[in-house]
Design a protein around this ligand. Structure first.
Ligand SMILES: [Zn+2]
Ligand SMILES: [Zn+2]
Length: 336
């Protein structure tokens, strides 16, 4: 039996596959990379060759320009791609549009790098698919028992109730530009909200990209439109950084909302001046993380980033050997 470390091992640049000579989500420029998804800490510019899903390659081109890598190769979900005898398969991770787990198979050994993932339904991307494996490599962003995300429909209902309750105020929803913003828009549509939703300019290109990939966002307009001066009663989606800056002062007495898994931590909501915290996360919560390990029962669990200790301890108590990799460079807060 081959030792897992012979197939994938942590290096300062990221997880390295020696027999296939590639890195998964390298944090520094490398010759050959496989990218799980388009969030900036996982998908960086400047690699030689990049293998990713078509949507992730599009996202990278949108963010970094066409020359973000010397060469690119798109792989559809489920398609096995050969890298010097190592079979690489991208499998839905349910995190954001294009997000994939990377399944690596070599000489009878299967290792799965989850990237970032969640188990809940997301109208903007296909659901996480569990892959039986010898080693599962997991994120651990919300790996503490206190993190239990509520149903997203419940959070959207709270937003809509607030809109109905304060018709004279605008509702400004902070949401990350890739994934969260589009998911919020889709969830609002599913809840029956069919009015125009106003969006900050920083979201426009990714919204257009999602539409090109078949995600229906309904009627959107720039929040800067001059035709409409009064945003009372409207919903505006903007990057979280705008909640406290000058940009938001154009709106009448706005209700500042923020959609993030971290909004479960009251102190974080207060710190950011968030009046309406919405606990909506694109990461697995404690139950999803432990449930996934329980479902897969891998021979070993490796943990890349987040609250490694708590998840490792849980795994050991449940008979799964666990190991924290301490890979530096993945943001804890950037893309939740
Ligand atoms: Zn991410
Ligand atoms: Zn991440």
């Amino acid at each position: 039996m081959i030792r897992p470390q012979a197939l994938l091992c942590p290096k300062p640049e990221g997880l390295y596959c020696a027999p296939g000579d590639f890195y998964v989500d390298p944090v520094r420029p490398v010759a050959r990379a496989v990218i799980t998804h388009g969030h900036a800490d996982h998908a960086r510019a400047g690699h030689g060759a990049v293998l990713a899903t078509p949507a992730t390659l599009d996202i990278m081109a949108e963010r970094y320009g066409m020359g973000f890598a010397d060469a690119t190769q798109a792989a559809a979900y489920g398609e096995a791609v050969d890298r010097d005898g190592v079979a690489v398969t991208l499998v839905p991770a349910g995190h954001v549009l294009g997000s994939a787990q990377v399944a690596v198979r070599w000489r009878g050994l299967t290792m799965v790098v989850s990237g970032d993932y969640k188990r809940r339904r997301d109208p903007t991307c296909p659901a996480f698919e569990p892959v039986p494996c010898d080693v599962f490599i997991s994120e651990a962003t919300f790996a503490l028992p206190v993190f239990r995300h509520p149903d997203d429909r419940h959070e959207i209902a709270r937003l809509l109730r607030s809109v109905a309750q304060f018709p004279e105020r605008a509702h400004l929803v902070g949401a990350y530009a890739l994934g969260k913003a589009q998911r919020i828009i889709c969830l609002l549509r599913e809840a029956g909200y069919d009015r125009t939703i106003y969006v900050h300019g920083a979201l426009e290109r990714l919204n257009a990209l999602y539409r090109r990939h078949g995600v229906d966002l309904g009627s959107l307009e720039p929040a800067t439109t001059t035709a409409r001066k009064d945003f009372a009663g409207e919903i505006i989606i903007a990057p979280p950084s705008t909640l406290q800056d000058r940009w938001s002062r154009r709106f009448p007495d706005p209700v500042a909302a923020f959609a993030s898994g971290w909004m479960q931590v009251r102190a974080r909501a207060r710190q950011r001046g968030v009046e309406l915290p919405l606990v909506i996360s694109d990461h697995a919560d404690w139950d999803e993380l432990t449930g996934t390990v329980d479902e897969l029962r891998p021979g070993e669990l490796w943990i890349t980033h987040g609250r490694e200790e708590a998840l490792a301890r849980w795994a050991e108590l449940h008979g799964v050997t666990a190991r924290a990799l301490d890979i530096v460079g993945y943001e804890e807060e950037g893309d939740d």
